[in-house]
Write a protein of this length. Structure first.
Length: 189
């Protein structure tokens, strides 16, 4: 059962190393709190949430240092050597262990995962005992999973001109049609 004792919780550092054919430096990263009884499938969802993956229709896979592969098993996928990540629990992880998580086996968003050397108390760190692995710290810019920079980005056209705040509803003093006048006076804090 998830959340039993804080002594069973792990801190897992996840760094995005590469994806879509590009190496990432500096590497964006997240720290995740996870109970040893959580599954690798739950860890995959947490990593995808932490790295803003919104299209979950892609396959994913963990590659352990001993060569074990964990992911979605399906007779139609010709992956009989892959262990079902929905059944495999994080119990197998050891302090200091390093492994890889790959999201989208076509674009190969590859993450280096490192298990922390000390146990984590979820109440102390998060203020709750979550039912699934949960990010609790992070750094760096997260790239869009398809490389898009704006709504409608087709990868070839130039970005639209910056409307400043004129396109927004007047829900803040400097938003909407009055924003040009307000911004011209300078914002007063």
């Amino acid at each position: 059962m998830a959340g039993r004792s804080p002594r069973t919780w792990l801190s897992i550092r996840v760094e995005l190393v590469e994806g879509r054919g590009e190496r990432r430096w500096p590497r964006p990263g997240r720290l995740l709190a996870a109970d040893r009884n959580h599954t690798f499938a739950q860890l995959a969802l947490a990593v995808d949430d932490a790295f803003a993956r919104w299209d979950r229709s892609h396959l994913h896979e963990f590659q352990m240092s001993d060569g074990t592969r964990l992911g979605t098993t399906d007779p139609e996928l010709d992956n009989e050597h892959v262990v079902d990540d929905g059944k495999a629990r994080l119990l197998r992880l050891q302090p200091g262990e390093k492994f890889i998580y790959v999201f989208d086996l076509g674009d190969d968003w590859t993450h280096l995962c490192t298990v922390g050397n000390t146990a984590l108390d979820p109440i102390e760190t998060l203020g709750i005992v979550p039912a699934a692995p949960t990010p609790y710290f992070g750094w760096g810019e997260i790239p869009d999973q398809y490389g898009r920079a704006w709504d409608g980005d087709d990868g070839e056209s130039q970005p639209p001109p910056d409307p400043e705040f004129l396109d927004l509803p007047p829900l803040r003093p400097w938003w909407g049609p009055a924003s040009a006048e307000w911004l011209g006076k300078g914002r007063r804090d």
